[in-house]
Design a protein around this ligand. Structure first.
Ligand code: ATP
Ligand code: MG
Length: 569
């Protein structure tokens, strides 16, 4: 491709709206432009990268038993009502009516469409297993679109759906997708961690995310420094050591705590640590009020609580509810004397001795409180969010490090949630009707572009991995010397014949501009020619990935550069 013809509007300045490196560089390198918040047009260079990512995904998916389809973006409300998600999905779903006043949405995901598609076609167990995938635009009206394509409102996703007779079939399908994902991310040159994840609104049991560790990431990942344990902190398990408590149990006492309503306030006022306190919360799990206790230095993990209670939504209770249950305002609430509401506590509360908690009296707390003696707990569960430095729940030796990560792929075992609600059944060997057992498998194609840039860039621009670089080589003829232009042209044509993706900067721009643009757009190998290099019968080669420079004889540059190409990462 000739740069004089390429639609490549680069920017010198960092766009003010872009907070993170990848967003800045995608705009500066002319990969995309914004139409409105979270909605982008992809320009030739950006779309070339996207197509490369799609092709790697497609090739690896085609090696599995999955078959490519293309499902509609416009989806009728009917199928979402069948699965009971029309209301539940909330404002993230873009809804509208057609001219006949029929309700539709723009697909945020395709479990409903796929289940609806197969339910009329599936007859017997002989039609299973089946796995279908697509690569397509998804629409989600994200509450905070930001970071460019990292969290956009319109984005390209590869989504696959497996259908099996039973759970052992699902396990196999899941493993097949898991293995394909490992290969895909390896080929994309992205160092991903495979982490245990919550299956969230999709329903279901097992779930893994493929996460790239990066500062710009919006997810917190707990990684063990000694074994392979890796989990999203949404559900990372807490280390449950059986603690022996030697302290003597003392008699409870009422303490004056004037206007002191927070753990921090109590720490200062009483000069004791949050680890000696019980934090009491009233939560609303769907429609049920639940009293929840964690240690003062811990944070309640709402995903763990939702999973334990099998609740769809968890939110803090309203002020009136708090008053109703505790007969006092928030700030002084505690578990003593509570009747008629379940009390659920984190395991670490169980081992507290002589702790402090709210007294359910304005401006008062209790001291010397002992669980089991002063109040009873209905259930002890792992309810806290893990913290940096925690013992690893798996190997017991290592410690957890919490890092930010970007979720690039997510695989779920859905089970029969959709097949049961939507009636996707098949006849088993005994002629009995059974619900299909399903899995769903997503990869964020456009998010991967941003992640690859976050993984590898410098102050001058992007440094693409070989597999998704829009071009492998960029040729910069410098100055107006005709001989230089002719030689550059020859080299360009030679590489084209060799099927190497090559760019030539044939614009009449200053050398500095050409160098800056070449660095900015991140092409792995840069060949420079000027009148001086021609006199010496050499070209200069710069490897963007390693930063190294070489002089290569014009007599056998093809062989030499082929070697460099094959060594690119
Ligand atoms: P997140 O937790 O980041 O909101 P999700 O769990 O809702 O994502 P999935 O439904 O699992 O996302 O979608 C599969 C993949 O699609 C994700 O792993 C991610 O790579 C990508 N993706 C999801 N939402 C967005 C978005 N708003 N912008 C870009 N990519 C997205
Ligand atoms: Mg996800």
């Amino acid at each position: 491709m000739r740069m004089s013809k390429l639609y490549l509007p680069t920017l010198k300045e960092i766009p003010a709206e872009a907070e993170i490196k990848s967003h800045q560089l995608m705009l500066r390198a002319g990969l995309m432009r914004k139409l409105s918040p979270g909605i982008f047009s992809y320009l030739p260079l950006g779309y070339k990268v996207i197509k490369k990512i799609e092709n790697i995904i497609r090739e690896e998916m085609d090696k599995t038993s999955s078959q490519e389809v293309l499902l509609p973006v416009m989806q009728t409300s009917k199928i979402w009502q069948d699965s009971n998600r029309w209301e539940k999905f909330g404002p993230i779903m873009i809804r509208f009516k057609d001219r006949k006043e029929h309700e539709y949405c723009l697909g945020p995901t395709h479990e409903e469409v796929i289940t609806d598609l197969i339910k009329d076609e599936l007859r017997s167990y002989k039609d299973l297993p089946l796995n279908l995938y697509q690569i397509q635009t998804k629409v989600r009206d994200e509450i905070r679109p930001r970071f460019g394509v990292m969290r956009s409102r319109e984005f390209i996703m590869k989504d696959a759906y497996s259908m099996d007779e039973d759970y052992s079939g699902l396990d196999k399908s899941y493993q097949e997708m898991y293995d394909a994902y490992v290969k895909i991310f390896d080929r994309l040159g992205l160092k991903t961690h495979i982490v245990e994840a919550d299956s969230g609104a999709m329903g279901g049991k097992d779930s893994h995310e493929f996460v790239l560790i990066a500062e710009a990431g919006e997810d917190d990942i707990a990684l063990c420094d000694s074994c392979d344990y890796a989990a999203n902190t949404e559900l990372a398990g807490s280390y449950l050591a059986k603690q022996t408590v030697s302290q003597d149990i003392m008699e409870k006492k009422l303490i004056d705590t004037p206007d002191i309503k927070t753990i921090q306030g109590l720490e200062n006022f009483l000069n004791i640590d949050g680890s000696q306190m019980i934090k009491t919360m009233l939560m609303k799990a769907d429609d049920q009020l639940v009293v929840v206790l964690v240690r003062g230095d811990d944070q309640l993990n709402e995903v763990k609580l939702a999973n334990f209670l099998q609740a769809t939504t968890i939110e803090p209770a309203e002020e009136e509810d708090i008053f109703e249950v505790f007969n006092v305002k928030a700030g002084f609430i505690g578990p003593l004397g509570i009747e008629g509401y379940p009390i659920i506590a984190d395991w670490r509360v169980k081992y507290l001795r002589n702790a402090v908690c709210g007294a359910n009296i304005v401006d008062k707390h209790y001291g010397n409180i002992n669980p089991g003696k002063d109040f009873t707990v209905d259930d002890y569960q792992d309810l806290r969010t893990v913290q940096n430095g925690d013992h690893c729940p798996k190997c017991d030796k290592g410690h957890l490090k919490i890092k930010s990560g970007i979720e690039l792929g997510h695989i779920f075992k859905l089970g029969t949630k959709y097949s049961e609600s939507m009636g996707a059944t098949y006849l088993d060997e005994n002629g009995r009707e059974q619900p299909v057992v399903m899995g769903s498998y997503g990869i964020g194609v456009t998010r991967i572009v941003a992640a690859a840039i976050e993984q590898s860039n410098d102050q001058n621009g992007i440094i693409w991995p070989k597999s998704i670089a829009p071009y492998q080589i960029i040729i910069l003829p410098l100055g107006n010397n005709e001989e230089v232009q002719k030689t550059a042209q020859n080299i360009y044509e030679r590489f084209q014949k060799m099927d190497v993706e090559v760019l030539i900067d044939d614009r009449s721009k200053r050398a500095g501009v050409k160098f800056n643009d070449a660095d900015l757009i991140g092409i792995p190998l840069r060949i420079t020619l000027g009148s001086r290099s021609l006199q010496n019968n050499v070209i200069e080669l710069h490897n963007r990935q390693t930063g190294q420079d070489y002089e290569i004889s014009l007599d056998n540059y093809e062989v030499e550069i082929k070697k460099f190409l094959s060594e690119l990462k």
